[in-house]
Design a binder for this molecule. Sequence first.
Ligand SMILES: *Cc1c(COP(=O)(O)O)cnc(C)c1O
Length: 435
Amino acid sequence: MKNAELLARSLAAVWHPCTQMKQHETLPLIPIARGEGVWLYDFDGNRYLDAVSSWWVNLFGHANPRINAAVKDQLDRLEHVILAGFTHEPVVQLSERLSRLTGLGHAFYGSDGASATEIALKMSFHFWRNSGKPEKTQFVSLQNSYHGETVGALSVTDVALFKDTYAPLLRQSVQVPSPDWRLAEAGETAAAYAARCLKALERHLQAWHATTAAFIVEPLLQGAAGMAMYHPEYLKGARALCDRYGVHLIADEIAVGFGRTGTLFACEQAGIRPDFLCLSKGITGGYLPLSVVLTTDTVYQAFYDDRLARGFLHSHSYTGNALACRAALATLDIFEQDDVLHRNRDTAAKLTQALQPVAQHAAVRNFRHLGMIWAFEIETDDALFGRKFYQAALERGLLLRPIGNTVYFMPPYVIEEAEMNFLARTTIGLLERLI
Ligand SMILES: *Cc1c(COP(=O)(O)O)cnc(C)c1O
């Protein structure tokens, strides 16, 4: 009863994100009453395994007791305070810890991922302006990249479905070839293809460095592109090219930060440090909106001046929110106390093993895995495959959101063996039925 009632009221009053609302005439909308671990429960007693970590944000399960306790404790001390002219313990501690973990000592906070992208783009441009190079106004990104959907972030995003409608509102930006190894030629290795893509980046920077402020990139994995994975050599080469041509490197680790790719940050696998590191999504364990842009002393010093306008006069009302920072601290505590990166290697090996029948299915292409992310394409002519798969999975208690014909798993790190087997078994069942 409660399910049906909330569904109707939500459709009447809530405009849901990334949705053609009319599709809800046939697609179910699922009211969720509570969450626990990897499970989401509706009001009728059905449960759904959250195999997409609620849009890639959840790391340690829903209603995690340790994060709950930290947020509750913070709630009775300080929920929020203006961060201009004031500071508080959680934001100081979080900034210090992120600095130790990344080697980037200055933390500027936003609310969502897209706001972090906006901050990094503006900061890069403003750095060059403060450094006597106001002509460096252009940004370069990868083909099929995703950096968020506010107007500035959408300008460097390259997903036609999200972008084309708004083209007249956007700044021009340049896209260089993506090192996504699915785009390699037959017989070409991921590393060789990455090297070929670097040549294209090099040609672009060689010609345009004088007017280019930054190259923004999703390290190792282009999520919205369909979990496209690429060789770390590309990042290494991109860092060297950005150094050579005096262009900033912005690493958008909004999706891949906090252990998703197997290391705490994806850039570590290439042994590089970006000029700007954008973090969000998993930063609070999936609890509260928070984003941060971490940057270098060099960037920071270019703004440090007696003149007001040389400062970075950007703000969001909830910047550095105390509850969100406290959730982030609790999340980092779990990483340390539970040796999460090490444990995830074990979890990943088990899930990869459980998914072998999926990998070997006749309709499955490009089965791939990186850290705590698995993805594959389904060979199908059915243009509605994604929707059908989504709906059929829900009917079996599994929350998946295919991107086109790419099916992926990005489960919370706390997924247990029985849950992995359920995920694998259910997926196989869906392939047998739908393909
Ligand atoms: C999700 C995402 C963003 C945008 O974050 P929001 O919080 O949705 O605004 C930006 N970049 C990448 C790589 C993302 O995955």
